[in-house]
Design a protein around this ligand. Structure first.
Ligand code: FUB
Length: 338
């Protein structure tokens, strides 16, 4: 199937980058360099039947298909289905944004999905090859909840998972240490109180469990105060990603309802992180979700928009160059400017 833009809704603004592929919809692209090749692990968007709502019920993804390329700009290979929801005993629906990692020649796919009670959990599946097929562990990771896992391996070999997302991602329903089905549908509903932050936990040596209880990766303003719930332009919403540059840990994330990709830095993988600015101005489409990858000397931002479909839940992956300035800040990217 070739995905064509909806002719009834022309995209009038010129985009900075073209979609990486047009055959299937891939969103939330998590890019990694494995075995000298770029592999991208994303959501495989489909057009389901569930009506659109504020909780993202219309994001009904059922499987993952890895894409790969030998270089940015090279031919993109779409691999066979890597993991299907029917092959995950604990999962019922909504295979959202995944990530991947490798250790000792094994590959690990980390993915959120709703369990049979409708609660988001995070699972792990293993494979011998970066593209899969992956075999899921029978249970979700103990202590995992919410969405958008991102796994970062530090120079000393320790791996950490960052995760969480508010609104449909349910993070606001875990403030008591357990899932509250009657909790807020959006956030803490306390604009003057500290906002929710992503969670971080080191992984066990076998990469299959948390080695410690997840903790908050605090995001502070320039004066050292927590970002507040009402600070929608800067506070964490979803899509955490970590990269390390010049000895600093960069936590980047989406501000959700204000549609920015922003970042904060720290000298520790646990934070606290200090807010530094924006990476990407709003793209076409509601969601914005990304990864940051260095290939040789060049850094890249993988992201998505809805250029091909003009529909919120049918997104296409893209890539563009990203630049760190000498002072450690990142040049802001306008998705509509070359
Ligand atoms: O793809 C489904 C959800 O949309 C992701 O988990 C969020 O980050 C947002 O991109």
């Amino acid at each position: 199937m070739v995905v064509q833009p909806d002719p009834g809704k022309p995209n009038e603004r010129r985009h900075r980058s073209e979609p990486l592929l047009r055959d299937i919809y891939i969103a939330d692209p998590s890019a990694h360099l494995f075995e000298g090749r770029i592999y991208v692990y994303g959501s495989h968007d489909i057009d389901g039947t569930t009506p659109e709502d504020d909780l993202g019920s219309h994001f009904e993804m059922r499987d993952y298909q890895v894409i790969s390329m030998d270089r940015v700009g090279g031919e993109v290979t779409i691999h066979e289905v890597a993991l299907d929801v029917d092959d995950v005993p604990w999962a019922s629906r909504q295979m959202w944004a995944p990530d991947a990692a490798t250790k000792n020649g094994r590959y690990f796919l980390y993915f959120p999905a709703k369990d049979h009670e409708g609660v988001f959990r995070i699972g792990v599946a293993t494979a011998d090859r970066p593209e899969g097929p992956f075999r899921a562990e029978p249970e979700p990771i103990k202590g995992s909840h919410s969405i958008d896992p991102a796994v970062f391996t530090d120079d000393d070999g320790a791996s950490y998972m960052y995760f969480g997302g508010i609104w449909g991602g349910q993070l606001q329903r875990w403030t008591m240490g357990h899932y509250d089905p009657n909790g807020s549908k959006t956030d803490l509903e306390q604009d003057e109180q500290p906002a929710l932050n992503p969670r971080v936990a080191r992984l066990t040596d076998d990469m299959l469990e948390f080695a410690e209880p997840p903790r908050e990766a605090l995001i502070l303003d320039e004066k050292g105060f927590p970002l507040l719930g009402g600070d929608h332009d800067r506070r964490f919403f979803e899509a955490a990603w970590i990269h390390k540059h010049a000895g600093q840990y960069y936590l980047s994330y989406s501000t959700g309802d204000t549609h920015y990709l922003t970042y904060a830095t720290s000298t520790s993988p646990y934070g606290p992180f200090t807010y530094r600015g924006r990476i990407l101005e709003p793209v076409q489409g509601w969601t914005t979700h990304h990864s940051i990858l260095q290939v040789a000397e060049q850094w890249y931002l993988f992201y998505h928009d809805t250029q091909l479909s003009n529909r919120t839940h049918l997104r296409n992956a893209k890539v563009t160059e990203l630049t760190h300035r000498p002072d450690g800040t990142i040049e802001v990217i306008d998705p509509f400017l070359r």
